[in-house]
Design a protein around this ligand. Sequence first.
Ligand SMILES: Cc1cc2nc3c(=O)[nH]c(=O)nc-3n(C[C@H](O)[C@H](O)[C@H](O)COP(=O)(O)OP(=O)(O)OC[C@H]3O[C@@H](n4cnc5c(N)ncnc54)[C@H](O)[C@@H]3O)c2cc1C
Length: 535
Amino acid sequence: MSCKTPRYLVPFHPKRIQHHFADVLIIGGGIAGLRAAMALDPRLSLLVITKDTMHQSNSALAQGSIASVLDPDDNLASHVDDTLIAGANLCDREVVEMVVREAPDHIRQLMEWGTNFDTEKGELSLGREGGHSHRRIVHALGDATGHEIMRAMIVQARAKLEADIWSNTFTIDLLTHERRCCGALVWNAHHGRTFVWAKQTILCTGGAGRVFRETTNPEVATGDGHAIAYRAGAELRDMEFMQFHPTVLYIAGGSRSLITEAMRGEGARLIDSTGRRFMPDYDERAELAPRDVVSRAIVAQMEKTRQPSVFLDLSHLNAEHVRKRFPGIARTCAEFGIDIATDPIPVRPGAHYMIGGVTVDHGGRTSLPGLWAAGEVTSSGLHGANRLASNSLLEGLVYGAHAGAGASEAALEVGDSFRAIPLENAATEPHAEPLDLVDIRNSLRSLMWRSAGVKSMGPQLAEAAETIRRWCRYVLSRQLSDPAGWELQNMLTVASLMVDSDLAREESRGVHLRTDFPERDDVHWRRHLSMTRGE
Ligand SMILES: Cc1cc2nc3c(=O)[nH]c(=O)nc-3n(C[C@H](O)[C@H](O)[C@H](O)COP(=O)(O)OP(=O)(O)OC[C@H]3O[C@@H](n4cnc5c(N)ncnc54)[C@H](O)[C@@H]3O)c2cc1C
């Protein structure tokens, strides 16, 4: 049983709080949130809220890029098949076909909005990544694709949205009345606690990698949206599927920068501390095997050699091409004295992409009326049990557009009313004993890394579930007063859902590896694991 969560994290009274009204509220300003914003009817008033600045998101960090069938030798069926194979028999085929079909138009749209993708002789330069059977990865500025896409989208969004962007604003909870979402309770230093009443709300809060000690995700990715939606009563599913990126830079004291898969696509080899190339021992696709296969092989090789990392080796490739193709990684590594063209790059896996999340239908509707969702916070059925590289920015675009259009249409049908619903949440007794939030946060992240990391096992998961429940009992019963506290409460909620789902799925599938149930079991487990908060 997951930890008991209160309906709202903080106390409020309708007469003692600020009120703000918008037709549509979008929570999150990454690729999904901004794409949703661009799909709204201009007659509607819109408010976009981001936790940090607009530039802090998983989207802005994306390196490898977006998958789309653009080469005349490629075809949609092949992209569909590659996605289904990676998804380990759990993808929704209709969703996969829809997303793959809509991809080329979204790439063209991004170009119209000013994204400068890399070209060769006037044509888009297409790269290849693990799990893809063709070159179909569009990229920008070599390995800074997300940065370039977000630059162009932010310019477009600002032009369209004028001043209706509140950055550095924390969404604490969704507001619900009679089982319907009617906006959100947010906080920022300027307005204090505010009720944002909205005819339709779109949740685009991204991932949850920060729940684990080793991760490629930025600080904003603490799973807030998953926890917020859960407390509001929306259905979540597949929370056991966290994808670990196999190659994260591992230098003590350095940032955990992701080393893009495209590097292996260009021919980089994985070697161990003895200099031996080991991937062919584990899979015939070697370095181009799907992420889960490569992550597991790296962990196994680290255990075999008793070393904290393995290495990426590009020394057999053209040095000039390597430095030009991966300028960002070259710069980061150079700061630690590593020349990527000649030196081995130390890497190991890290939590990367949250596959599970808020259940959405083809249009981005959640199970909670009035609430839509898009991007990494969702479970749409596209990724199944394992995301194919470069399909997630694409998902953000496709579902952002669908959710934006759907919410827009629904909001236009509702007349204006500037009345606040008298929602109230009473204050609880203050606690005498202060909490060391940083200590609990670090302990949680280490526990998750140890017990629910690349591979897991029943007894350790059960122990972790109990420990998290214990922490939840005394952290979630408090009404904390700042973003650090609310984030920790969200991380505990999400960790609890993840571990319980991990424990429940007694098989290994896609990114979910249970060493005590090493086989895939299609008879019993070819299904999603859903959860909704009980009253
Ligand atoms: C290092 C890295 C490299 C990647 N490379 C690729 C790639 O090459 N190709 C690919 O397809 N995918 C890649 N991904 C995955 C991809 O970037 C993400 O899945 C995708 O960008 C998610 O977009 P999003 O809009 O759903 O969320 P994000 O872009 O993460 O945006 C989340 C937004 O929600 C806001 N937010 C969160 N919590 C709150 C809150 N409580 N209150 C208010 N606002 C909140 C944040 O401030 C942010 O604006 C990569 C991810 C990482 C981390």
